[in-house]
Design a binder for this molecule. Structure first.
Ligand code: AMP
Length: 281
């Protein structure tokens, strides 16, 4: 695996060393890699000629500075895992490589309602920050396909919108959420949980599964109340739990029998904010 830290160097490497017809897959990450990230590398490896992974803890997407400061960094084991997975290029830029003119780029992405609900509502400015970093990374890497995890479903919707807004000719492949044995979605933030916390955190999965299994038997409000109860019993502080239309993210109060539904959740345990989601139907 080639490790490149400078945008110009990566750009030259991709333009010169790589035959143009080769298909490039790109996996943007913030590091502290786990099997969820590696599954994206594997998907890209199986479908593309060349796989580029980036590790960049993007300061502009953290609305809470202490969350940024506490974000886990495990670069040596990240490199080992990427080598093992057969990743071709790791791009490891500094903040100034991504924001050469300073972090306030002055660019505003018209994300519409997506920015006002769920993660957008609870983390003001978060998706603008995500778009700034990923837009710049896309311009440097110019991938054919972007590999993203279902784990960050709203982020996937935001990045689809970014690609539309900028008329980029890039496909998006969304890959299933990889989970621990107890159902907890793998996340870099899980490193901050105690062993007991990791066990309790599986309640998120159980709440989602309950909604999925009982969706046709109970009304959404009842399902949501059951899920909230389960999370509260396990010591969570809840930002949101909602059954939503998978295309619009509008809450589903009465199911019309056809619309695709996804349950979205964000909640704190041991001061750590966890998010998850599940396709319900
Ligand atoms: P992050 O490093 O958390 O910004 O995530 C980088 C990419 O990995 C995003 O596309 C995430 O959706 C994806 N990802 C994170 N956790 C998982 C998981 N448990 N399963 C699948 N993909 C994931």
């Amino acid at each position: 695996m080639v490790i490149i830290k400078k945008a110009g160097q990566l750009n030259r490497y991709l333009n010169n060393a790589v035959n143009k017809p080769l298909k490039k897959g790109f996996v943007p990450t913030m590091g502290a890699l786990h099997q969820g990230h590696i599954s994206l590398i594997e998907a890209s490896k199986s479908e593309m000629h060349l796989t580029v992974c980036s590790i960049f803890v993007n300061p502009t997407q953290f609305n809470d500075f202490s969350d940024f400061e506490k974000y886990p960094v495990t670069i040596e084991t990240d490199i080992e895992q990427l080598e093992k997975a057969g990743c071709d290029i790791l791009f490891l830029p500094s903040v100034t490589e991504i924001y050469p003119n300073g972090i306030d780029t002055g660019i505003f992405y018209q994300l519409g309602e997506l920015e006002n609900v769920f993660e957008g509502k609870y983390r003001p400015g978060h998706f603008q920050g995500v778009c700034r970093a990923v837009d710049r990374l896309i311009q440097i890497v110019s991938p054919d396909t972007l590999y993203l995890g279902q784990k960050d479903y709203q982020q996937y919707m935001v990045l689809s919108k970014l690609i539309d807004l900028k008329n980029y000719e890039i496909n998006i492949r969304i890959c299933p959420t990889v989970r621990e044995k107890n159902g907890l979605a793998m996340s870099s933030r899980n490193l901050r949980l105690s062993e007991q916390g990791k066990e309790k955190a599986a309640a998120i999965f159980h709440a989602l599964e309950y909604c999925r299994k009982n969706f046709k038997k109970e009304i959404p409000k009842k399902l949501k109340n059951h899920a909230l109860q389960l999370l509260l019993e396990n010591g969570f502080t809840i930002d949101y739990f909602e059954l939503t239309d998978a295309h619009t993210l509008e809450p589903v109060l009465i199911w019309d029998g056809k619309q695709p539904v996804i349950a979205l959740v964000a909640a704190f345990l041991e001061d750590t904010r966890l998010i998850d989601n599940m396709k319900i139907c």
